[in-house]
Design a protein around this ligand. Sequence first.
Ligand code: FRU
Length: 490
Amino acid sequence: MQWTTEQRYTRIEDVSKDEWAALKKQVDCSPWRQTYHIQPQTGLLNDPNGFSFYNGEYHLFYQWFPLGPVHGIKYWYHTKSKDLVHWENAGIALHPNDDFDSHGAYSGSGIVHNEKLYLMYTGNTRDEQWVRHPKQNIAVMDKQGTIQKWEKPVINEVPSGYTDHFRDPKVWEENGLFYAIIGAQRTNLTGCVVLYSSPDMETWTFEGEIETALPHFGYMWECPDYFTIDGQGVLIFSPQGIAPEGDCYHNIYQSGYVFGNLDVETQSINHGVFTELDRGFDFYAPQTMKAPDGRRILVGWMGLPEMSYPTDVHGWAHCLTLPRELTIENGRLIQRPVRELQQLRGVQMETSADLCDEMQTFDSFSGTAFEMICSFELDDADSCGIEIRVNDEEKTVIAYDALEQKVHLDRTYSGALADSKYGSVRSCSLAAEKVTFHLFVDSSSLELFVNDGAEVFTSRIFPSKDSAGIRFFAKGGRASCQAVKWTIGA
Ligand code: FRU
C-alpha cells in the first residue's frame, strides 16, 4: 500500500476508536508478534528515546507512528519498568500538536533535574513550502507521570553552516553544566555532531561543532550519544551514507562508536577508529543511560529506516533490542545482556555432544522463544555452529568458520524475507579456539552475543510458528559442544 502524505500526517486523535481497534485487531493476529520485546501496539516503532531512571523506575520512550508501518507523524510512546525486563505501557508521552513539533516529536533524551525528568527532543516542523525547521524542545515529567511541554523551544534556530538535518539532542551533566550533543549535516552535505551547553536546561549556548578525525564520513550523523565508562569517553552515532567495506557497513545505515575523551572547552575529541556496534541486519539509533548502580546500559532500535518488513502487511513494524550492559575490557567495548534478563528463564535443559562432520538434534531442544548459551571447542573441524528456528524449509544458521576465522549469520532461509536488497548473510572476524554463542530468540528476532559480548548480531527473522527446531553441527572434522537452554514464556 502506498501511503499519501495526508495519511502519513493523520493523527491518532483524529481517527475513531473503532478504526484504531480494527488496526489493533489486525496487528494482534500477526504471527510475528514478539513475546518479551518492547513492540508497538500498532504502527511503527523506531528510535529509543529518553532512556533514564527516575523516581524508582526505568523510563524508556520510543518514536511511534500509531496508524501504520510507515514513518508518518511521530509521537513519543512511554514504557516503564522496575527491572529492565517487565515493561509497562504508559501511554503517549509527547503528542506532536504544537507549533514547535507540528510535524513530529522526533528523537531526544532524558535527564533528571530538580527532581523531575527533563525530556529534550527535536520538534520537526515544516512551513507552507514544506521546508523543514527543526526546533529543540523540552518537556518535563513529574513524579505523578504528568508530562508538560515548555511553551517555546530552547533552541529555535539551526546555527549557520548546517542544514535542516539537525536533531536528536542527547543531554548529560558535567562539572555543574548541562551539555547537549546534536546530530547535524553541514551545508557541504557531510555529517557531524555539534555541542551546546546550559547552566539550567533553559538557556542553551552553541559551543561549536565537535572536531573529529572523520570530517567526510557520510552525509548525516543521527542520534549521537556521549558518555564515559571508567573515565574512557565513548561517542556513539549513526552515520548515513557509508559504503560497505569488507564485512562492515552492509546495512542501509550504520551505528557505531569511537573511543575518545570529548574536550568540551575546545569541542574536540581525539579518538580511535569507528567500530560498528552490531554485526546483524537490524540495529540502529541506539541510546544509553546510566543505571543507579553505575552500569551503562544500551537499547537500540531493532530495525532500520527505509526498509520493508514482512509485518508491514499486518499493520505494524519493529521492536526495541533487549537492554545490554556496556563495559570496556582490554581496550574493547563489550556488550552483554543485562543480568536482570535471567528473570525470564523458565525450564532449563542441558546437553553436550562430540560432533564429527555431522548435524545433531537433541530431545526437547527446540523452541520459538528461548535463551541459549552454547559453547564449541574446535578440534579439527573447519566450521561448527547451530541452526535455529528450523523446519523442513526454514533455518537460521549461526556458524563459526575456523578456516576464515569468522562468525556468520545467515538468514537466507529464515522464513519471510525482510528487504533482501542488502544481502542475507552478515559476518565478522573472530580469532578463537573456543566460541560461545549466547542467544535470545523471540517469535521474530535473534540477538546473538558472541564470546561473552565481544560481538553482537541483532536481527529480525520471520519464520513460521512451526519452525522450532535446533540443530548443532560440525563440518570437516571434530568439535565438541555444550549447550544450556531456558524456555522464555509459555
Ligand atoms: C533516526 C531518526 C532520527 C529522528 C527520528 C525520527 O532513526 O531519523 O534522526 O529524530 O528517526 O523518527
